[in-house]
Design a protein around this ligand. Structure first.
Ligand SMILES: *Cc1c(COP(=O)(O)O)cnc(C)c1O
Length: 374
Protein backbone atom coordinates (compact mmCIF):
# COMPACT_ATOMS: atom_id res chain seq x y z
CA UNK A 1 0.00 0.00 0.00
CA UNK A 2 1.16 3.53 -0.77
CA UNK A 3 0.84 6.58 1.48
CA UNK A 4 -0.15 8.70 -1.51
CA UNK A 5 -0.58 6.62 -4.66
CA UNK A 6 0.55 8.84 -7.53
CA UNK A 7 0.88 5.76 -9.76
CA UNK A 8 -2.82 4.93 -9.46
CA UNK A 9 -3.71 8.50 -10.38
CA UNK A 10 -1.38 8.38 -13.40
CA UNK A 11 -2.94 5.11 -14.61
CA UNK A 12 -6.36 6.73 -14.44
CA UNK A 13 -5.29 9.89 -16.35
CA UNK A 14 -2.47 8.40 -18.46
CA UNK A 15 -3.86 9.17 -21.93
CA UNK A 16 -4.56 12.84 -21.18
CA UNK A 17 -1.29 13.41 -19.29
CA UNK A 18 0.87 11.70 -21.95
CA UNK A 19 -0.78 13.67 -24.77
CA UNK A 20 -0.43 16.89 -22.85
CA UNK A 21 3.30 16.33 -22.19
CA UNK A 22 3.88 15.33 -25.82
CA UNK A 23 2.25 18.51 -27.08
CA UNK A 24 4.76 20.61 -25.08
CA UNK A 25 7.70 18.65 -26.48
CA UNK A 26 6.28 19.00 -30.00
CA UNK A 27 6.00 22.76 -29.57
CA UNK A 28 9.46 23.16 -27.90
CA UNK A 29 7.88 25.93 -25.84
CA UNK A 30 9.39 24.81 -22.54
CA UNK A 31 9.44 28.13 -20.67
CA UNK A 32 6.18 30.05 -20.15
CA UNK A 33 4.40 28.23 -22.97
CA UNK A 34 0.68 28.65 -23.52
CA UNK A 35 -0.21 25.87 -21.02
CA UNK A 36 1.22 28.03 -18.22
CA UNK A 37 -1.14 30.94 -18.84
CA UNK A 38 -4.03 28.57 -19.50
CA UNK A 39 -3.44 26.94 -16.11
CA UNK A 40 -3.07 30.32 -14.37
CA UNK A 41 -6.39 31.46 -15.83
CA UNK A 42 -8.21 28.30 -14.80
CA UNK A 43 -6.86 28.34 -11.25
CA UNK A 44 -7.66 32.04 -10.76
CA UNK A 45 -11.19 31.45 -12.02
CA UNK A 46 -11.63 28.40 -9.76
CA UNK A 47 -10.56 30.12 -6.53
CA UNK A 48 -12.28 33.37 -7.61
CA UNK A 49 -9.21 35.57 -7.49
CA UNK A 50 -8.53 37.98 -10.34
CA UNK A 51 -4.94 36.83 -10.91
CA UNK A 52 -2.78 33.73 -10.55
CA UNK A 53 0.98 33.90 -11.14
CA UNK A 54 2.71 30.52 -11.26
CA UNK A 55 6.30 30.04 -10.12
CA UNK A 56 8.95 27.43 -9.34
CA UNK A 57 7.57 26.04 -6.06
CA UNK A 58 5.47 26.86 -3.00
CA UNK A 59 8.46 28.23 -1.09
CA UNK A 60 9.31 30.73 -3.83
CA UNK A 61 5.62 31.67 -3.96
CA UNK A 62 5.76 32.74 -0.30
CA UNK A 63 9.05 34.56 -0.82
CA UNK A 64 7.79 36.42 -3.91
CA UNK A 65 4.66 37.53 -2.03
CA UNK A 66 6.76 38.82 0.89
CA UNK A 67 9.07 40.62 -1.59
CA UNK A 68 6.05 42.45 -3.02
CA UNK A 69 5.48 43.99 0.42
CA UNK A 70 9.18 44.75 0.89
CA UNK A 71 9.45 42.53 3.96
CA UNK A 72 12.96 42.56 5.42
CA UNK A 73 15.13 43.19 8.50
CA UNK A 74 13.19 44.49 11.52
CA UNK A 75 9.87 43.10 10.34
CA UNK A 76 7.86 40.50 12.27
CA UNK A 77 6.00 37.87 10.23
CA UNK A 78 3.60 35.72 12.25
CA UNK A 79 3.08 32.11 11.26
CA UNK A 80 2.14 28.79 12.77
CA UNK A 81 4.67 26.83 14.85
CA UNK A 82 3.24 23.55 13.51
CA UNK A 83 3.82 23.55 9.76
CA UNK A 84 6.35 22.83 7.05
CA UNK A 85 9.54 24.86 7.48
CA UNK A 86 8.96 27.09 4.43
CA UNK A 87 6.08 28.95 6.13
CA UNK A 88 8.70 30.57 8.39
CA UNK A 89 11.97 30.05 6.49
CA UNK A 90 10.95 32.41 3.68
CA UNK A 91 10.71 35.33 6.15
CA UNK A 92 14.18 34.50 7.45
CA UNK A 93 15.65 34.39 3.94
CA UNK A 94 14.51 37.98 3.47
CA UNK A 95 16.07 39.04 6.80
CA UNK A 96 12.75 39.39 8.60
CA UNK A 97 11.94 37.57 11.85
CA UNK A 98 9.32 34.82 11.91
CA UNK A 99 7.17 35.00 15.04
CA UNK A 100 5.82 31.54 15.73
CA UNK A 101 2.27 31.05 16.97
CA UNK A 102 0.81 28.04 18.79
CA UNK A 103 -2.02 26.02 17.25
CA UNK A 104 -5.52 24.94 18.13
CA UNK A 105 -5.12 21.25 18.92
CA UNK A 106 -8.48 20.31 17.38
CA UNK A 107 -7.79 21.69 13.87
CA UNK A 108 -3.95 21.88 14.01
CA UNK A 109 -4.27 25.41 12.59
CA UNK A 110 -3.04 28.70 14.07
CA UNK A 111 -4.85 29.62 17.31
CA UNK A 112 -6.20 33.18 16.91
CA UNK A 113 -5.84 33.88 20.67
CA UNK A 114 -2.20 32.79 20.59
CA UNK A 115 -1.73 34.99 17.51
CA UNK A 116 -3.02 38.06 19.29
CA UNK A 117 -0.87 37.25 22.33
CA UNK A 118 2.25 37.14 20.12
CA UNK A 119 1.34 40.36 18.30
CA UNK A 120 0.90 42.17 21.64
CA UNK A 121 4.19 40.76 22.92
CA UNK A 122 6.10 41.96 19.84
CA UNK A 123 4.51 45.41 20.14
CA UNK A 124 5.38 45.61 23.86
CA UNK A 125 8.98 44.56 23.26
CA UNK A 126 9.23 47.23 20.57
CA UNK A 127 12.14 45.67 18.66
CA UNK A 128 10.29 44.43 15.58
CA UNK A 129 7.52 45.93 13.47
CA UNK A 130 4.58 43.56 12.96
CA UNK A 131 3.86 43.37 9.21
CA UNK A 132 2.34 40.12 7.98
CA UNK A 133 0.38 37.11 9.23
CA UNK A 134 0.92 33.86 7.30
CA UNK A 135 -1.90 31.50 8.34
CA UNK A 136 -1.37 27.96 7.05
CA UNK A 137 -4.23 25.80 5.75
CA UNK A 138 -2.78 22.72 7.40
CA UNK A 139 -3.66 19.21 6.21
CA UNK A 140 -6.22 20.66 3.75
CA UNK A 141 -8.42 22.68 6.12
CA UNK A 142 -8.46 26.47 5.78
CA UNK A 143 -7.16 28.39 8.79
CA UNK A 144 -9.64 30.26 10.98
CA UNK A 145 -9.90 33.37 8.75
CA UNK A 146 -13.17 34.41 10.44
CA UNK A 147 -11.06 35.38 13.42
CA UNK A 148 -7.60 35.96 11.92
CA UNK A 149 -8.63 38.60 9.36
CA UNK A 150 -10.28 40.88 11.97
CA UNK A 151 -7.11 40.57 14.11
CA UNK A 152 -5.03 41.57 11.05
CA UNK A 153 -7.25 44.62 10.53
CA UNK A 154 -7.09 45.58 14.20
CA UNK A 155 -3.26 45.72 14.10
CA UNK A 156 -2.87 46.89 10.49
CA UNK A 157 -1.21 43.69 9.24
CA UNK A 158 -1.28 41.99 5.84
CA UNK A 159 -2.54 38.41 5.53
CA UNK A 160 -0.68 35.96 3.30
CA UNK A 161 -2.50 32.64 3.09
CA UNK A 162 -0.13 29.66 2.84
CA UNK A 163 -2.44 27.37 0.90
CA UNK A 164 0.25 24.82 -0.07
CA UNK A 165 -1.82 22.07 1.59
CA UNK A 166 -5.16 23.82 1.38
CA UNK A 167 -5.96 24.01 -2.34
CA UNK A 168 -9.54 22.81 -2.84
CA UNK A 169 -10.62 23.49 0.74
CA UNK A 170 -13.20 26.15 1.53
CA UNK A 171 -15.14 28.06 4.18
CA UNK A 172 -18.89 28.35 3.47
CA UNK A 173 -18.14 27.94 -0.24
CA UNK A 174 -15.29 30.50 -0.37
CA UNK A 175 -12.25 28.65 -1.64
CA UNK A 176 -8.76 28.36 -0.19
CA UNK A 177 -6.26 30.64 -1.96
CA UNK A 178 -8.85 33.43 -1.92
CA UNK A 179 -8.34 34.48 1.73
CA UNK A 180 -6.38 37.53 2.80
CA UNK A 181 -4.37 39.97 0.69
CA UNK A 182 -2.41 37.32 -1.22
CA UNK A 183 -2.37 33.53 -1.20
CA UNK A 184 0.10 30.91 -2.30
CA UNK A 185 0.01 27.23 -3.12
CA UNK A 186 2.42 24.43 -4.02
CA UNK A 187 2.24 21.80 -6.76
CA UNK A 188 4.78 19.51 -5.08
CA UNK A 189 3.72 15.97 -6.14
CA UNK A 190 2.19 14.99 -2.78
CA UNK A 191 0.08 18.14 -2.32
CA UNK A 192 -3.68 18.04 -3.04
CA UNK A 193 -3.03 19.33 -6.58
CA UNK A 194 0.47 18.14 -7.47
CA UNK A 195 2.60 18.09 -10.62
CA UNK A 196 5.52 15.80 -11.51
CA UNK A 197 8.24 17.94 -10.01
CA UNK A 198 8.26 21.35 -8.33
CA UNK A 199 5.72 24.08 -8.92
CA UNK A 200 3.82 26.79 -7.11
CA UNK A 201 1.56 29.81 -7.55
CA UNK A 202 0.56 33.12 -6.01
CA UNK A 203 -2.98 34.52 -6.10
CA UNK A 204 -3.94 38.20 -5.89
CA UNK A 205 -6.79 40.52 -6.85
CA UNK A 206 -4.47 43.48 -7.46
CA UNK A 207 -3.47 44.21 -11.06
CA UNK A 208 -0.25 45.99 -10.08
CA UNK A 209 0.79 43.15 -7.78
CA UNK A 210 0.14 40.69 -10.61
CA UNK A 211 2.42 42.66 -12.94
CA UNK A 212 5.17 42.96 -10.31
CA UNK A 213 5.00 39.23 -9.49
CA UNK A 214 5.46 38.44 -13.20
CA UNK A 215 8.50 40.67 -13.18
CA UNK A 216 9.92 39.38 -9.87
CA UNK A 217 9.70 35.74 -10.97
CA UNK A 218 11.92 36.66 -13.95
CA UNK A 219 14.83 38.71 -12.54
CA UNK A 220 12.77 41.87 -12.12
CA UNK A 221 12.49 42.37 -15.88
CA UNK A 222 10.35 45.07 -17.43
CA UNK A 223 7.09 43.84 -18.97
CA UNK A 224 8.30 44.69 -22.47
CA UNK A 225 12.06 44.11 -22.45
CA UNK A 226 13.56 40.98 -20.89
CA UNK A 227 16.99 42.65 -20.65
CA UNK A 228 15.73 45.77 -18.92
CA UNK A 229 15.89 44.79 -15.24
CA UNK A 230 14.06 47.17 -12.94
CA UNK A 231 14.37 45.50 -9.55
CA UNK A 232 16.08 42.49 -8.01
CA UNK A 233 14.01 39.39 -8.69
CA UNK A 234 14.27 35.62 -8.74
CA UNK A 235 14.38 32.98 -11.45
CA UNK A 236 11.26 31.07 -10.51
CA UNK A 237 8.86 29.91 -13.20
CA UNK A 238 6.57 26.93 -13.60
CA UNK A 239 7.85 24.70 -16.42
CA UNK A 240 5.45 24.37 -19.35
CA UNK A 241 5.62 20.56 -18.98
CA UNK A 242 4.46 20.85 -15.36
CA UNK A 243 1.59 23.14 -16.38
CA UNK A 244 0.65 20.62 -19.09
CA UNK A 245 0.57 17.85 -16.45
CA UNK A 246 -1.47 20.01 -14.10
CA UNK A 247 -4.20 20.81 -16.65
CA UNK A 248 -5.67 17.26 -16.84
CA UNK A 249 -4.92 16.70 -13.15
CA UNK A 250 -6.82 19.87 -12.23
CA UNK A 251 -9.80 18.66 -14.27
CA UNK A 252 -9.87 15.36 -12.36
CA UNK A 253 -9.33 17.23 -9.08
CA UNK A 254 -12.43 19.34 -9.61
CA UNK A 255 -14.55 16.62 -11.24
CA UNK A 256 -14.11 13.88 -8.65
CA UNK A 257 -10.87 13.75 -6.64
CA UNK A 258 -11.95 16.34 -4.10
CA UNK A 259 -15.24 14.49 -3.53
CA UNK A 260 -13.38 11.19 -3.36
CA UNK A 261 -10.98 12.27 -0.60
CA UNK A 262 -13.92 13.62 1.40
CA UNK A 263 -15.76 10.31 1.02
CA UNK A 264 -12.61 8.44 2.12
CA UNK A 265 -12.14 10.74 5.13
CA UNK A 266 -15.74 9.90 6.06
CA UNK A 267 -14.98 6.15 5.93
CA UNK A 268 -11.99 6.62 8.21
CA UNK A 269 -13.87 8.79 10.68
CA UNK A 270 -16.86 6.40 10.85
CA UNK A 271 -14.59 3.51 11.71
CA UNK A 272 -12.07 5.23 14.00
CA UNK A 273 -14.05 7.82 15.89
CA UNK A 274 -14.54 5.64 18.99
CA UNK A 275 -10.92 4.54 19.31
CA UNK A 276 -8.87 7.72 18.77
CA UNK A 277 -9.30 11.43 18.11
CA UNK A 278 -10.22 11.80 14.45
CA UNK A 279 -9.69 15.07 12.53
CA UNK A 280 -12.10 17.90 13.31
CA UNK A 281 -13.37 19.94 10.36
CA UNK A 282 -14.97 23.13 11.68
CA UNK A 283 -18.65 23.83 10.98
CA UNK A 284 -19.00 25.31 7.48
CA UNK A 285 -15.42 24.34 6.56
CA UNK A 286 -14.43 21.88 3.83
CA UNK A 287 -11.07 20.12 3.68
CA UNK A 288 -9.07 18.95 0.67
CA UNK A 289 -7.49 16.32 2.95
CA UNK A 290 -3.82 16.86 2.20
CA UNK A 291 -3.47 14.60 5.24
CA UNK A 292 -5.80 12.50 7.38
CA UNK A 293 -4.24 12.91 10.82
CA UNK A 294 -5.38 11.18 13.98
CA UNK A 295 -4.33 11.91 17.57
CA UNK A 296 -3.32 8.98 19.76
CA UNK A 297 -3.16 9.03 23.57
CA UNK A 298 0.56 9.76 23.91
CA UNK A 299 3.92 9.40 22.18
CA UNK A 300 4.31 5.79 23.31
CA UNK A 301 0.98 4.63 21.87
CA UNK A 302 1.52 6.70 18.70
CA UNK A 303 4.93 5.16 18.08
CA UNK A 304 3.61 1.67 18.81
CA UNK A 305 0.73 2.25 16.38
CA UNK A 306 3.10 3.38 13.64
CA UNK A 307 5.29 0.29 14.18
CA UNK A 308 2.28 -2.01 14.08
CA UNK A 309 1.01 -0.44 10.85
CA UNK A 310 4.46 -0.81 9.32
CA UNK A 311 4.60 -4.50 10.26
CA UNK A 312 1.37 -4.90 8.32
CA UNK A 313 2.72 -3.12 5.25
CA UNK A 314 0.85 0.13 5.91
CA UNK A 315 2.83 3.36 5.63
CA UNK A 316 2.07 6.26 7.97
CA UNK A 317 3.81 9.56 8.63
CA UNK A 318 4.42 11.91 11.55
CA UNK A 319 3.54 15.42 10.37
CA UNK A 320 5.29 17.04 12.18
CA UNK A 321 7.81 15.55 14.59
CA UNK A 322 8.79 18.95 16.04
CA UNK A 323 7.55 22.51 16.20
CA UNK A 324 9.42 25.13 14.21
CA UNK A 325 10.55 26.70 17.51
CA UNK A 326 12.34 23.41 18.19
CA UNK A 327 14.19 23.40 14.87
CA UNK A 328 17.98 23.73 15.05
CA UNK A 329 17.83 26.67 12.62
CA UNK A 330 15.68 28.62 15.13
CA UNK A 331 17.42 27.61 18.34
CA UNK A 332 19.00 31.10 18.54
CA UNK A 333 15.55 32.58 19.09
CA UNK A 334 15.36 30.73 22.43
CA UNK A 335 11.58 30.42 22.31
CA UNK A 336 10.06 28.96 25.48
CA UNK A 337 8.12 25.70 25.16
CA UNK A 338 5.36 27.24 27.35
CA UNK A 339 4.22 29.31 24.36
CA UNK A 340 3.76 26.19 22.24
CA UNK A 341 2.03 23.65 24.45
CA UNK A 342 -0.49 22.53 21.81
CA UNK A 343 2.19 22.19 19.14
CA UNK A 344 4.31 20.09 21.48
CA UNK A 345 1.31 17.94 22.35
CA UNK A 346 0.56 17.44 18.63
CA UNK A 347 4.15 16.48 17.77
CA UNK A 348 3.94 13.65 20.30
CA UNK A 349 0.53 12.30 19.37
CA UNK A 350 -0.15 12.85 15.63
CA UNK A 351 -0.17 10.11 13.03
CA UNK A 352 -1.12 10.67 9.39
CA UNK A 353 -2.70 7.67 7.64
CA UNK A 354 -2.60 6.89 3.89
CA UNK A 355 -4.80 9.41 2.07
CA UNK A 356 -5.38 9.97 -1.64
CA UNK A 357 -8.36 9.89 -4.03
CA UNK A 358 -7.59 6.39 -5.30
CA UNK A 359 -7.69 4.64 -1.91
CA UNK A 360 -10.31 1.85 -1.93
CA UNK A 361 -12.80 1.07 0.81
CA UNK A 362 -11.03 -2.29 1.24
CA UNK A 363 -7.76 -0.43 1.88
CA UNK A 364 -9.44 1.80 4.45
CA UNK A 365 -10.97 -1.25 6.12
CA UNK A 366 -7.58 -2.97 6.25
CA UNK A 367 -5.93 0.11 7.78
CA UNK A 368 -8.70 0.62 10.32
CA UNK A 369 -8.63 -3.04 11.33
CA UNK A 370 -5.00 -2.59 12.40
CA UNK A 371 -5.66 0.71 14.16
CA UNK A 372 -8.62 -0.80 16.04
CA UNK A 373 -6.77 -3.96 17.14
CA UNK A 374 -6.03 -4.09 20.85
C1 LIG B 1 4.87 22.10 0.88
C2 LIG B 1 4.66 23.34 1.66
C3 LIG B 1 5.31 24.54 1.33
C4 LIG B 1 6.38 24.63 0.30
O1 LIG B 1 6.06 24.18 -0.96
P1 LIG B 1 7.22 23.64 -1.94
O2 LIG B 1 6.54 23.56 -3.26
O3 LIG B 1 7.68 22.32 -1.41
O4 LIG B 1 8.32 24.66 -1.93
C5 LIG B 1 5.00 25.68 2.07
N1 LIG B 1 4.12 25.63 3.07
C6 LIG B 1 3.48 24.49 3.43
C7 LIG B 1 2.50 24.51 4.54
C8 LIG B 1 3.75 23.29 2.75
O5 LIG B 1 3.13 22.17 3.12
Amino acid sequence: MQFRDLGAQYQSLKTEIDESIASVIDSSSFILGKQVSELENRLAEYVERRYCVSCGNGTDALQLALMIWGIGPGDAVFTSDFTYFASAGTSSILGATPVLVDIDLSTFNMDPDALEMQIKRVLEEGELTPKVIIPVDLFGQPANYDRIIPIAHKYGLKVLEDGAQGFGGSIRGKLACSFGDMSTTSFFPAKPLGCYGDGGAIFTDDEEVDARLRSLRAQGKSPVDKYDNREIGMNSRLDTIQAAILLPKFKAFVEHELDDVNKIAGWYTDRLTDSCITPVVQEGFYSSWAQYTILLKNAKSRNAMQAKLKQNGIPSMIYYPRGLHQQEAYRWMNLPDEWYLNTIEATKRVLSLPMHPYLSEDDVNAICRIVLEE
